[in-house]
Design a protein around this ligand. Structure first.
Ligand code: NAP
Ligand code: GLV
Length: 319
């Protein structure tokens, strides 16, 4: 019986969780965990499958016989553009646990802006009993940018909460009860949007995309008074200096940001202390290790059964 090469794991998050779950994952072939000092020095030439999140720069020269790359997350921008990236399939992480987490975060942020949570927090600290009368969700239009796996789930859950939801994507999608727009209809989409939710991947087209020009095109006479920007896609899609000035000048009434141009967000960023700006540390939808390793095991089993891989990215589109 031929011995299967181990799976290479180079994941730069939650090393304890990764090490714990790796004890039982890939039982039929074993693994090499580059976060483990003993494994770090191992010969990677026989490795065929690699599970990566922000891998070492020399990884592809050390592992020249890879057949498939698995991303440790839904996004692949941490791999695309790396020197020596081989022309092999890149599979992204798609899983209910990740999708559900993202929708929880998106719905929570939309509700916090709808119900004036920032103002409530201030009143609470002052021990003030002050009622705030919020509009109904149905009076507010949430515009979701990116109608992929995460965007479509968020749309469905926002609709359950009663929001009027519209969506925008590169190619038009048909979603029951949701007005959708394609890339050429950006301005029409923005003009109808009170709360903008960014769930776009980072590509050359989406780099620096959320800027002051875009914020000025959002609807200004909606039930919230001023539009709100929410982003959990990628930080390099936003111009943070423009978010700061848009909130200061009132072009935006607030923001919720999970991702940043540079992470971690610098301690001296003005965003930390801005009114009605909610900051989370890129944990809107973390990859849970059990689910992640199970997904990779399932994809490897598909290859070995001669079935096509799922969730392979389009290299030309970059996502
Ligand atoms: P996906 O299924 O690939 O969907 C991407 C969506 O974006 C698609 O609807 C696509 O349009 C649209 N799109 C891409 N480029 C576009 C462009 N230039 N103009 C207009 N629309 C464009 O991805 P996903 O699984 O939903 O994930 C989206 C992103 O979320 C990931 O790439 C990652 O960056 C981010 N993410 C963040 C976290 C977090 O914790 N903050 C967690 C997971 C993922 P088409 O439908 O026409 O292809
Ligand atoms: C997280 O940011 C992911 O891409 O899964």
């Amino acid at each position: 019986m031929s011995v299967r090469p181990p799976v290479l794991v180079d994941i730069k998050f939650n090393p304890e969780g990764v090490a714990r779950v790796l004890k039982t994952a890939f039982a039929d072939r074993g693994s090499i965990n580059l976060a483990d000092p003993v494994d770090r020095a191992r010969d990677l030439r026989a490795v065929e499958y690699a599970l990566l999140w922000k891998p070492d720069a020399d990884l592809f020269s050390r592992a020249p016989n890879l057949k498939v790359i698995f991303s440790g997350g839904a996004g692949v921008d941490h791999i695309i553009g790396m020197a020596g990236l081989p022309d092999i399939p890149i599979v992204r992480f798609v899983d209910r646990s990740l999708t559900t987490r993202m929708s929880e975060w998106v719905v929570m942020q939309c509700l916090m802006h709808l119900r004036g949570q920032y103002a409530h927090d201030i009143k609470q600290r002052r021990r003030e009993w002050a009622k705030l009368i919020a509009p109904e969700a149905a009076e507010v239009t949430v515009g979701v940018m990116g109608l992929g796996i995460l965007g479509q789930d968020a749309v469905a859950k926002l609709k359950v909460m009663g929001f009027n939801v519209i969506g925008w994507s590169r190619t038009r999608k048909a979603i029951d009860g949701v007005e959708t727009f394609d890339a050429g209809e950006l301005d029409r989409f923005l003009a109808k949007t009170d709360i903008l939710v960014g769930l776009l991947p980072l590509t050359p087209e989406t780099t620096g995309f959320y800027d002051s020009g875009l914020f000025k095109k959002l609807r200004r006479d909606g039930a919230l008074g001023q539009p709100v920007f929410i982003n959990a896609g990628r930080g390099k899609s936003q111009i943070e200096a423009d978010i700061v000035s848009a909130v200061r000048e009132g072009t935006l009434g607030g923001a919720s940001l999970d991702v940043f141009e540079v992470e971690p967000l610098a301690t001296d960023s003005p965003l930390w202390e801005m009114e009605n700006v909610f900051i989370t540390p890129h944990d809107a939808a973390v990859s849970e290790e059990n689910a992640l390793f199970r997904h990779v095991e399932m994809q490897i089993a598909r290859i070995e059964r001669g079935e096509p891989l799922q969730f392979v990215i389009d290299r030309a589109a970059g996502y």
